[in-house]
Design a protein around this ligand. Structure first.
Ligand code: ATP
Length: 194
């Protein structure tokens, strides 16, 4: 059976309410039937040295999304060769589930950087993009050939990022409004980011 699948990749270090909210907006767009959240082991475009262990990020992701309909967490990128180029993941999925249609989903900040992704033209040949608005970001400088393959989804932006959460924890500030309660429990259990 064919389905329209949104692929939502990230490092999720940690997953936060901004991710949950953007995921809901992708599903509500009615452009996709399911959202597959792809936990990336080694993103090629992030240079910061620090990264929480894959299994702990996975545990947080599962706890964050456990009650979301039509969302599944996928570890495919951990099984494919590293670094995790998105085009490799998309081609692998198309080969193994050829009846599905894929959309690559991202926040608007990622769209502004998309032209710097390795093989971005190949990604655009393989699938279209679904993009949700993010505060402080604009797409006025994004290349026309990218915009031609982009659908913008309605989204009420939330000004939250993983880096801001890591900084807040290190500074001893509360993250209660930014992160789901079950994820906070994992952060505390594993003593992350302090
Ligand atoms: P960091 O602060 O470490 O860069 P992040 O908060 O951007 O992390 P990622 O795991 O890198 O989180 O993001 C995965 C995807 O989620 C990306 O496509 C990113 O654009 C999107 N995203 C993250 N936070 C938001 C947000 N608040 N609103 C919209 N999109 C978001």
């Amino acid at each position: 059976m064919s389905a329209r699948i949104g692929l939502f990749g990230g490092t999720f270090d940690p997953v936060h309410n901004g991710h949950l909210s953007i995921a809901k907006s992708f599903i509500q767009s009615d452009l996709i039937d399911e959202l597959w959240v792809l936990l990336t082991p080694y993103p090629p475009h992030k240079s910061s040295g620090f990264q929480t262990a894959y299994d702990i990020r996975l545990e947080m992701l599962k706890k964050a999304f456990w009650d979301q309909n039509n969302v599944s967490i996928k570890t495919i990128e951990n099984e494919l060769p590293k670094p995790s180029y998105s085009v490799q993941t998309i081609r692998y999925l198309k080969k193994h589930h050829p009846d599905n249609t894929y959309y690559y989903c991202m926040g608007e900040d990622s769209l502004s950087q998309f032209h710097s992704w390795k093989f971005y033209q190949e990604i655009l040949q393989e699938c279209e993009l679904l993009v949700a608005q993010r505060p402080g970001e604009t797409h006025k400088d994004v290349e026309k050939k990218i915009l031609k393959r982009t659908h913008f989804v309605n989204h009420t932006p939330l000004d939250i990022s993983s880096s801001q959460i890591r900084e807040n924890i290190a500074a001893g500030k509360s993250i209660i409004v930014q992160v789901p309660e079950e994820v906070i429990k994992v952060i505390e259990k594993e003593q992350l980011y302090s």
